[in-house]
Design a protein around this ligand. Sequence first.
Ligand code: SAH
Length: 237
Amino acid sequence: MEKKSPIGIIGAMEVEVNSIIAKLSGEESDSIAGLLFHRGELEGVPVVVAECGPGKVNSAVCAQIMILKYSPRLIINTGVAGGVGVKIGDLVAAECCVQHDFDTTAMGDPLGTLFLRRGGDSEDILKLPCDSGAREVLLEEARSIYGGAHAGVIATGDIFVADKEKNRWLGEKFGARAVEMEGGSIAQVCYMNKVPCAVLRAISDSANDDSPVDFPSFAKETAEKSAELLIRAVRKL
Ligand code: SAH
């Protein structure tokens, strides 16, 4: 894909994309399916930025529209997540994403296995790939401004996890380092469309009993930390 096609940036919540939209030059927007797609240049790089709303369906619809309408060369999902063995304020760049709540285990399938269609064929997939080049750029930038970031599995599902047993299970079952509600669906849409994707999250809470208090306390600061890293890295992506 040519360098001048935009980078797509998706965040679920306003606080995850506000600081990015505020930095766009030549900003124009389109409204599609109730979602606002902000086009412009970020640090001189063409981008399209959208707030998709929480959850897998909202984020999948947003990613698919972005791909069909703007042909992005890369889609990056930025935002906050619950930590699995990592601390509030830490950053996690996805090695891959899984959908922890997709469950046909009663039929003997491994938990999280997705069933995709490929022309007349079908394909089963559990680990949704993320682009290694984009991840390395984000990790390198994180090293220079925040002293580093984790790389690991990000687990996605339509549930706000606030339960230490579920947290432990996510680590054991999937090797997850973070849990959130959009990365795995965006990665699925990107995979189906052969568009590279990256998922970058800052930890807003520890996905445990404290999360209902920690999330509102830390979401803004941590969402902006993830966005700031993306802004600093965008010219290298
Ligand atoms: N009513 C809320 C819904 C937020 S849901 C609102 O819009 O303000 C939490 C969001 O933060 C999701 O987008 C999810 O991706 C992320 N997130 C942060 N901590 C999480 C956790 N512990 N479990 C799942 N998602 C989490």
